[in-house]
Design a protein around this ligand. Sequence first.
Ligand SMILES: Cc1cc2nc3c(=O)[nH]c(=O)nc-3n(C[C@H](O)[C@H](O)[C@H](O)COP(=O)(O)O)c2cc1C
Length: 328
Amino acid sequence: MQIGRVNIDRPLCLAPMEDVSDTPFRLLCKELGADIVYTEFTSCEALVRNVPRALERIRVLDDERPIAVQLYGSAEGSMESAAAIAEGMRPDFIDVNCGCWVKKIAQRGDGAGLLRDLKQFEAVVKAVLRGTTLPVTVKTRLGWDEDSIVILDVARMLEGLGVRALTVHCRTRKQGYTGKADWAWLARIKEVSGVPLIANGDIVAPEQAKALFDMGLDGIMIGRGAIGSPWIFNHIKHYLRNGETLPEPDLHERVALCLRHLKAHVAHRGEKRGVFSFRKYYAGYLKGVANIAHLRRDLMQIEQVDLIEERLRHFLVDYEAHTAAALL
Ligand SMILES: Cc1cc2nc3c(=O)[nH]c(=O)nc-3n(C[C@H](O)[C@H](O)[C@H](O)COP(=O)(O)O)c2cc1C
């Protein structure tokens, strides 16, 4: 799949995820096999007002390449200016968020709100194309609700505009995260539009990735499946190359990775903010581990990195002792 100077066969993409896909997480996923990463979505209005936190969100490091900056908004002037600001950060391409379902965003016409007004959708994408010389891609959903699925019209329209790739989270706005992503739509999109297509929604296993590539998808994008399991990208690559499933990392490896991620996160955000905002990742790293209510409670309370490390190491020692006792 080619997007400007990015040319990767069957790329695995880390999804843009607000408050999750920040620099340390993107670097970790990259190290563990992600081919393309995206910044968290960033408001065009905040960028044109020079809000420091918005500018910080779209900062790009060379080690993260290839990387896209993701923008959202529905005012053409602001989107055009924001695209120029984003280009100044030197990402490899710019992605336009036309799929965010969150009420305060979609109801005012941004994100998935654009699915209710395809004229405005088109105007917004055109504005971004005017604002930058970088390639532009779009990420969206199937439609507003099951009675207004517009993705085929959207795919045709975007191809006509010269958009370089389309990512589809195969749910409607109304669904939020309920139900299942309906990948059958991806084959229909492929029939009506030649725009390179990236599948998204509920991909958590190598077999699913293979099935999607076998359907002719150009790329796949993983969001929640990478939270707490960033090795998923390497596991998918291994499966695609060798047809075999790698075992999940054992608890020691998961805790070691969790601690490495925590330290990188805190180095990026500072200890006070970082320890707090890292709490969302623990559930993923500890998924499937039995009897950890006490550990979880402690991790939600401890405020210093060295104490968290001590607590996790303690937990591993206890866990091993219990496992050994159970085997006797
Ligand atoms: C915590 C969180 C934050 C998200 N933030 C964004 C975002 O900033 N931009 C975006 O396009 N999608 C965002 N999404 C949606 C994901 O990119 C993705 O489309 C969705 O989670 C479905 O993929 P998955 O089943 O692999 O998670 C977010 C999802 C989650 C869980």
